[in-house]
Write a protein that binds this ligand. Structure first.
Ligand code: SAM
Length: 118
């Protein structure tokens, strides 16, 4: 979308257009690999356990981390790439998010046994 047009439209319209575009691209990929964020979020809401903590493998830019932290009590998110991890630390400081700068296979054996609840 052109930057000038984007600045003129209300954010809700910009978000709607972005969602439509990502759904269309996903359909063209025959619904393979990365699904649009809106699809991921609906799956999380459908299958997520109320009041449970989430463990996310790969923080990346923190889009899903942010979504989950707004709806669930705690998010544990693992990101091995140092710059992505540093950006996430800044974004989620003072939030209900614990970040780890390592691959899941190194963190899971010590993290998972500590989690309890539903
Ligand atoms: C597809 S992105 C994750 C997207 C993110 N969960 C979201 O929904 O926005 C993949 C991320 O996983 C990270 N990653 C790659 N191998 C990993 C591993 N073994 N353990 C944890 N994270 C890993 C990458 O550095 C990258 O940031």
């Amino acid at each position: 979308m052109k930057k000038k047009l984007k600045n003129l439209l209300p954010q809700a319209v910009v978000d709607f257009i972005k969602t439509q575009k990502s759904m269309s691209e996903w359909r063209k990929r025959n619904f393979s690999d990365n699904s649009p964020q809106i699809v991921k979020q609906n799956v999380f809401l459908k299958y997520g356990i109320k009041d449970a903590a989430w463990v996310e493998t790969g923080t990346y830019l923190g889009t899903t981390t942010s979504f989950l932290s707004g709806l669930f009590p705690h998010v544990y998110s693992l990101e091995p790439e140092p710059k992505l991890y540093a950006a996430a630390c800044e974004r989620f400081k003072d939030k209900n998010v614990s970040l780890f700068n390592d691959v899941s296979e190194n963190i899971f054996p010590s993290l998972l046994p500590k989690l309890s609840g539903i």
